[in-house]
Design a protein around this ligand. Structure first.
Ligand code: PEP
Ligand code: MN
Length: 270
């Protein structure tokens, strides 16, 4: 184990995001919201639904790392403004992705946590700027990254003096075509055995399929995850990105009921 990771004691105190502590000894945290912020109405409606259901942090994309240049790229700063306004109204924190140093600086003005996406996990310059922003960081494991590699990326952040890092297992590229990615359940306890950083699972990108989101979220919690980040949309069929893996807002309470039951089964709360 590398020096800073060995020293880190963050999980006991928890990584604090807008007053919400994530980590060992804290409840299972559910972070929910749409893949992309599409407008005030869509984000607000989703945020109200997930807050009512028991999510404690919001997610939403303003800068989207899409595979095609012709796909919706996000609303940019307008998306950040919408997220901040709704998060303030609901008194919640919000996490969003930045893909460049410039975006980190913008995100810092509006969000409570910055996400480093899977496609950027090994972008050292971006990790350093994100670390220096002082924001807590949601570090997503790269699509083809090993556990060693995601921990090395975390180390880059810790070495800059920012230990507020949550690692996200979001699935790897494998030979299996029935799911978008293969979520590596064993990585959850493995990372927690090797360092003190909190781990969350992302069953949305981890499967690409709405019907698999709940079972894989529960498996992640059973394996020791400290939280779940999940995509939710009021009308997934009309979503501008990742509709097929987004839970319908109306089904969110049922999802949370299952999360709560699993959390209790492993001696945690929600
Ligand atoms: C996302 O969370 O919206 C996202 C694009 O995630 P990932 O980087 O894991 O693909
Ligand atoms: Mn998405």
């Amino acid at each position: 184990m590398s020096p800073k990771l060995a020293d880190a004691q963050v999980s006991r105190a928890g990584v604090a995001v807008a007053g919400v502590a994530i980590g060992d000894g804290h409840p299972i945290r559910v972070i929910a919201g749409p893949c992309s912020v599409e407008g005030m109405e869509q984000f607000r409606e989703t945020a109200i639904a997930v807050k009512d259901g028991g999510a404690v942090l919001l997610r939403g994309g303003a800068f989207k790392p899409r595979s095609s240049p012709y796909s919706f790229q996000g609303l940019g700063e307008q998306g950040l403004e919408i997220m901040r306004a709704v998060a303030d109204e609901l008194e919640m924190g919000v996490v969003t992705e930045a893909m460049s140093a410039e975006e980190v600086l913008l995100v810092r003005r509006y969000a409570d946590m910055v996400q480093i996406g899977a496609r950027n996990m090994d972008n050292r310059a971006l990790l350093e700027v994100a670390a220096d922003s002082g924001l807590p960081i949601l570090l997503k494991r790269g699509i083809t990254a090993t556990v060693d590699e995601v921990l090395a990326a975390a180390e880059i952040i810790l070495a800059r003096g920012n230990d507020q890092v949550v690692i996200c297992e979001r699935g790897s590229r494998t030979f299996e075509p029935s799911t978008r990615n293969s979520l590596d359940i064993a990585a959850v306890p493995e990372i927690k055995l090797r360092c003190d950083l909190p781990v969350v699972v992302d069953p949305s990108h981890g499967t690409g399929r709405r019907d698999l989101v709940a079972p894989v979220a529960l498996a992640g919690i059973a394996a020791g995850a400290d939280g779940v980040i999940v995509e939710v949309h009021p009308d997934p069929e009309a979503a501008r990105s990742d509709g097929s893996q987004s839970l319908e807002a109306s089904s969110f309470p049922a999802f949370m009921g299952r999360v709560q039951a699993m959390a209790l089964a492993v001696g945690r709360s929600v």
